[in-house]
Ligand binder design. Structure first.
Ligand SMILES: [Cu+2]
Length: 287
């Protein structure tokens, strides 16, 4: 039997998949972009996995929504009073009831498998190459490097008049911190006063920063560049003014940056700007 309804449903599923991939064309990397529809672009394996899961679930919900819409339209037309003046008194249909219980359960199982796999990936970091600690405060983030004698970088949001060309409003900070590319970075997250949340969309990272508790997340950024995030837990009047900025750099720049950050923070900022402008290469020597 030819079933045009099924064909239409499949076409719409393909459309949803196409929309999801178009959305990524509009999505920014490391920061939002105009007309962005979907998630920000991914630079970590975990967020790649989250992107796939997002598209997968989008296809499933599109098919289900269209199927239910089709059923509603069919019932309205087929059983309209003019076509069906004497309604049936049937109230039970065993096969139908078993089907509408079992099929949704199977769909949920199909969704649960990649969902658990993603959760496992998020909470099971490989051995750390580097551990940093971020501390949320009203209203800024401190980033601590415990292996570098607790080198602490305080990030404060830049005001509009302080922005340099190309820097995003409400996201740019005075002291960007650096991490090396292709390394597993474990992030210990806590807060000093109230609950904040540490988030970097392009890393696929979001975890609450809770006073008196050490939460943990991790990322392995595979692309150099600057990645912004914002506090994602309502934490007070300046909640919108505590962005996070992490720059992913090559190993050499990272080492130079560490030295500079310990001794001359202005040089450290200059170094990262230069790395960003030249796509990784730097010439400012650490002093
Ligand atoms: Cu906050």
């Amino acid at each position: 039997m030819n079933r045009p309804g099924r064909k239409t449903t499949l076409t719409f599923a393909a459309l949803a998949a196409a929309l999801a991939s178009t959305a990524s064309a509009f999505a920014g990397t490391g920061q939002p972009s105009p007309w962005q529809l979907g998630l920000q672009n991914s630079v970590t394996p975990v967020f790649d996995q989250a992107h796939h899961f997002h598209t997968f679930v989008l296809i499933i919900i599109t098919v289900i929504t269209l199927f239910v819409l089709g059923l509603l339209v069919y019932c309205m037309v087929r059983f309209h009073e003019s076509k069906n003046p004497t309604p049936s008194k049937t109230t039970h249909h065993t096969l139908l009831e078993v089907a509408w219980t079992v099929i949704p359960v199977l769909i949920l199982v199909v969704i649960a498998i990649p969902s658990f796999r993603l959760l496992y990936a998020q909470y099971s970091p490989p051995p750390a190459d580097l551990t940093i600690k971020v501390v949320g405060r009203q209203w800024n983030w401190d980033v601590v490097y415990p292996d570098q004698k607790d080198l602490t970088i305080t990030q404060l949001m830049k005001q509009d008049e302080e922005l340099e060309p190309g820097e995003p409003r409400k996201l740019a900070v005075d002291n960007v911190v650096a991490v090396p590319v292709n390394k597993v970075v474990i992030v210990d997250v806590t807060a000093e006063d109230v609950i904040h949340a540490f988030t970097i969309p392009s890393f696929g990272v979001k975890v609450d920063a809770i006073p008196g508790r050490l939460n943990q997340t991790w990322f392995k950024a595979e692309k150099e560049g600057i990645y912004y995030g914002q506090c994602s837990e309502l934490c007070g009047v300046a909640h919108a003014s505590m962005p996070i900025a992490i720059q992913v750099v090559n190993e050499e720049t990272y080492k130079k940056w560490l030295e500079a950050a310990k001794q001359k923070p202005e040089d450290a900022t200059k170094l990262l700007k230069q790395a960003l402008a030249t796509g990784g290469a730097t010439s400012v020597a650490a002093r």
